[in-house]
Design a protein around this ligand. Structure first.
Ligand code: TXA
Ligand code: MG
Length: 344
C-alpha cells in the first residue's frame, strides 16, 4: 500500500479543505488516516465500521485486547456512543471544563458501537481533541473516529507526521501533516464508570486540574490483565512508550554524568536527554537532545528526543527524573515505562 502525505497548515484547517475532503473520503471508504491532535498523532478509522477498526489493529500490530479511543467533534456526539445516565452531571462538568482537550473519559458503551472498538469491554473511551485539523477531519467524515496513537504497538508515540511514516509507511492510506503536536504526551484517561472516578493514564490534563472539578478523583493504580482478557487500560502496561535503546533515569545531573562515564567505560554508546539548565554542566557530552525548559517543553519534545537518539543507534539514553507534579506526572510515567521495558 502506498501511504499519501497531505500537508495542511493548522490555520487553514476546515471541513471543506481539499486535503481534509480527500482524507474524509478515505475514512468513509473504510481506510486508515493518521492525523494530528494536540497530544500526539492518531491513526483514525470510522468507529462505526468494525472492518475499518480491525484495520487499525492490523496496521499497528496491536493486540485485540487493547481498546481504542473514539474521537468526536462536539460534546453532543458523546450521547450516541455512551450511556450517560447516572453520571451525566460529572461527565458534563468535566466536558465543560476540559473539552476540546487532552481528557479521555471512559463511559458505559452503547451496544450499537462495534465491540472491537472497546476490545469487547462494555465501556468506551471518548475524547474531543483540541486541534483544528482533527476536528475538521471528524466533521468532514461525518462519523466518530476510532484512533489510537499512530505508532507501531509498543513504540514511542508520534509527535510529527514523519514519526508516523517512520513506523507505518506502507501500512496506512494517508497522513494529514499538520506539523508537530503541541502537548507531546497523550491524553489523560479517566474512568468515570467507577466511584470515585479513577485516572487510568496520567496525561495532558493534570490530576490537580481534575481534582479541582471532582475532588475525589483517584490517581493511577497498577493494572494486571488476565490472559486473553481486555485490560482496563493497557497503556498502563510497561511494554508501552519504549525506545529501542536502554533508558536510564538519574536523580540529578551529577548522577547523570557518573552513569554516563560508567556506560562509556563498558564500551557502550550513550545519548543524553537534557533540560536547558543542564547544558552548561554537560557541554562536553555528545550526542545529546535538548528537551528545553520547564515541564511543557519537556513533554512536547520528549518523544522526538527518544526517537532522535534511537535513530543515532546509541546503546543507552540517560535522562534526569522530573517531579511527579502537574504535567510531570505524565512525563515521569512515560519515562518509567520506557525504562521498565528495556530492563526486562
Ligand atoms: O492523546 C491520546 O489519547 C492519543 C490521541 C491520538 O488521541 N491517543 C492515544 O490512544 O494515546 P492509545 O490507543 O495509544 O491509548 C489509549 C489508551 C490506552 O491506554 C487504552 O487502554 C485506554 O486508552 N482505553 C481505551 N479504551 C478504554 C476503555 N474502554 N477502558 C479503559 N481504558 C481504555
Ligand atoms: Mg498508544
Amino acid at each position: 500500500m502506498q501511504t499519501v502525505r497531505w500537508v495542511i497548515e493548522r490555520d487553514q484547517a476546515a471541513a471543506d479543505h481539499p486535503a481534509v475532503l480527500r482524507a474524509a473520503q478515505v475514512i468513509r471508504l473504510g481506510g486508515l488516516v493518521a492525523f494530528p491532535t494536540e497530544t500526539v498523532y492518531g491513526l483514525g478509522a470510522n468507529a462505526l465500521d468494525a472492518r475499518a477498526v480491525a484495520g487499525i489493529y492490523r496496521a499497528k500490530q496491536r493486540p485485540l485486547n487493547d481498546p481504542l479511543i473514539v474521537h468526536v467533534a462536539s460534546p453532543a456526539d458523546v450521547e450516541a456512543l455512551a450511556d450517560l445516565s447516572g453520571l451525566r452531571e460529572r461527565a458534563q462538568a468535566l466536558i465543560a471544563r476540559f473539552w476540546p482537550g487532552p481528557l479521555t473519559l471512559v463511559l458505559p458503551r452503547r451496544p450499537a458501537l462495534p465491540a472491537l472498538v472497546s476490545a469487547g469491554l462494555d465501556t468506551v473511551a471518548v475524547r474531543m481533541p483540541n486541534h483544528p485539523v482533527a476536528l475538521a477531519l471528524i466533521r468532514a467524515s461525518g462519523v466518530p473516529l476510532a484512533a489510537p496513537s499512530a505508532n507501531r504497538f509498543g513504540h514511542v508515540s508520534p509527535t510529527t507526521a514523519q514519526h508516523v511514516l517512520d513506523d507505518l509507511d506502507g501500512h496506512i492510506d494517508a497522513v494529514l501533516d499538520g506539523g508537530p503536536t503541541t502537548i507531546g504526551v497523550e491524553s489523560t484517561v479517566l474512568d468515570l464508570t467507577c466511584d470515585p472516578p479513577r485516572i487510568l493514564r496520567p496525561g495532558g490534563v493534570t490530576r490537580e486540574q481534575l481534582q479541582a472539578i471532582l475532588p475525589g478523583v483517584l490517581p493511577i493504580a497498577p493494572v494486571v490483565a488476565a490472559a486473553g482478557q481486555a485490560m482496563p487500560s493497557p497503556g498502563t502496561s510497561p511494554v508501552h512508550y519504549a525506545p529501542r535503546a536502554r533508558l536510564i533515569i538519574c536523580r540529578d545531573t551529577g548522577e547523570l554524568l557518573r552513569r554516563r562515564e560508567a556506560c562509556l567505560a563498558q564500551g557502550r554508546s550513550v545519548g543524553l536527554l537534557l533540560r536547558a539548565d543542564q547544558r552548561a554542566a554537560c557541554q562536553a557530552c555528545h550526542p545529546y537532545f535538548m528537551l528545553g525548559d520547564g515541564l511543557d517543553e519537556v513533554a512536547r519534545n520528549l518523544y522526538a528526543g527518544l526517537r532522535a537518539l534511537d535513530a543515532l543507534g546509541v546503546d543507552d539514553i540517560l535522562v534526569t527524573a522530573v517531579p511527579r507534579e502537574g504535567l510531570g506526572e505524565a512525563i515521569a510515567d512515560r519515562l518509567a515505562r520506557a525504562a521498565a521495558k528495556t530492563q526486562d
